[in-house]
Design a protein around this ligand. Structure first.
Ligand SMILES: Cc1cc2nc3c(=O)[nH]c(=O)nc-3n(C[C@H](O)[C@H](O)[C@H](O)COP(=O)(O)OP(=O)(O)OC[C@H]3O[C@@H](n4cnc5c(N)ncnc54)[C@H](O)[C@@H]3O)c2cc1C
Length: 392
């Protein structure tokens, strides 16, 4: 097992690092390091298009669809250098990392031609319509319904926690298309235009003052009959494959962002004298150990992927990083003390560390809660008996 990157990978790192740093110190310096997901939306849309113009938007995709056929190692390296350069959160993360790979895997050639150029070009922003008021961890409980009428799918129901829906052009929706079906059976996976009278988006304010996610109401919302990925009733298979992309490679590269955040905590502790507090020092050391362990765990996973595909150890990664970052958020607030509880300016706005503390509360929820991750480790990783499931 080789824990590290090859010379070719390091050459690739130098190439993308230099481009990213040039952008973040030049034409896009104004959006470098912005902590809030909903800030500077028009500029971040321009940034998507700049990435696309230089073919850095979806590097893991095939060249014919605007990608670079980048290896998994290269994708991780790019994500690391992206965070190191202080580039802003991708407003089209869901399009590039989730919708695109799923369309590549399940779409017809005609569907690929219809949807992929907009994502690769940074002109079509996507959101994810999975969760409902009674269907989160239990996605099989989806109640949104889809029926065919006059050559179109007509969709009725409510989605919730739909990240960035208010800035999105497209949504993928898991809906029940077989009357009377239950659980994962009878679901379908639809690609829908957001700009239509049947879709209403209501932002939900979060604890950091931002409204990054939304309620999304579908009332006779429509899409053409051929906007379904897979066949009617195959939605569960498509939806699960997409979750594989959500929990996969795209999260391995985020450790550089964690490095930046931990360095921010260490700098704050040095500046306000908390670095001399023995308990804070221990917690900082513990955070450093956790980050390095994640780094080597990720490198080990990458070397295994190259040799034999994703193994059971990959199942432990989501709970590991989400819990580590939640703990880092608490450490940050203990280091900052009262200064961390005072918003900047007149508005309820937060600088990087308090914002990280508030947002990290959600890391152990989205993409599968910690409890669900433990179930996955137990059942898929260790082969323990499945927990009882009513509908299966
Ligand atoms: C910041 C953020 C962004 C999000 N963005 C999106 C988005 O863009 N699109 C989208 O569709 N969704 C999104 N979500 C929703 C997210 O996927 C759900 O919150 C998540 O799946 C959990 O579902 P839930 O909130 O309904 O909680 P529930 O599933 O109701 O869970 C409540 C509690 O019960 C526990 N629990 C549930 N089932 C079990 C079980 N079988 N065993 C043990 N414990 C269990 C959970 O761990 C949790 O503690 C987002 C969430 C957050 C926080």
């Amino acid at each position: 097992m080789k824990l590290g990157f090859s010379l070719e990978d390091e050459a690739f790192r130098a190439e993308c690092a230099s481009w990213l740093q040039e952008q973040m110190s030049g034409p896009f310096a104004d959006i470098k390091g912005i902590p809030n997901l909903c800030d500077a939306i028009p500029r971040r849309k321009e940034w998507e298009q700049q990435l696309a113009a230089h073919r850095w938007s979806c590097i893991g995709w095939p060249g014919e669809w605007g990608g670079r056929d980048a290896t998994i190692n290269q994708q991780v390296i790019f994500a690391e250098e992206y965070a190191r350069a202080g580039a802003p959160n991708r407003i089209n993360h869901i399009g590039v990392e989730l919708a695109g790979p799923t369309i590549l895997a399940f779409g017809t050639e005609e569907q690929k031609a219809r949807y992929l150029p907009g994502i690769a070009g940074g002109t079509s922003i996507w959101c994810q319509g999975y969760s409902e008021p009674n269907a989160g961890s239990d996605l099989g409980n989806v109640k949104t319904r889809a029926r065919i009428e006059d050559g179109e799918w007509v969709v009725n129901g409510q989605k919730v926690w739909t990240s960035l829906a208010h800035y999105s052009d497209m949504i993928f929706v898991v809906a029940r298309s077989e009357e009377g079906s239950k659980g994962p059976k009878g679901l379908s996976f639809l690609l829908m235009d957001m700009d239509q009278p049947g879709i209403e988006v209501r932002p939900i304010e979060q604890i950091n003052g931002e409204a990054e996610f939304n309620e999304t109401f579908l009332t006779d919302a429509r899409c053409p009959a051929d906007s379904m990925l897979g066949k009617p009733g195959e939605g569960w298979k498509v939806a699960m494959a997409l979750l594989g992309f959500e929990r996969g490679v795209s999260t391995l590269g985020q450790q550089m962002q964690f490095r930046n955040e931990l360095d921010g905590v260490i700098d704050a502790a040095r500046a306000n004298g908390k670095a001399s507090d023995p308990v804070i020092r221990q917690r900082i050391a513990q955070a450093e150990i956790g980050l390095r362990l994640m780094r080597y765990g990720a490198l080990r996973m990458l070397s295994n992927v190259a040799a034999a595909g994703i193994d059971g150890a990959a199942l432990t990664y989501k709970i590991q990083w989400a819990t580590w970052r939640r703990d880092l958020g608490e450490l940050a607030m203990d280091v900052l003390g009262q200064a961390g509880e005072v918003a900047q300016g007149d508005e309820y706005r937060w600088s990087m560390l308090p914002n990280m503390y508030l947002f990290s509360r959600s890391d152990t929820i989205y993409g599968g809660t910690n409890q669900i991750q433990r179930n996955l480790i137990a059942e898929r990783g260790l082969g323990l008996p499945r927990e009882p499931r009513g509908d299966l």
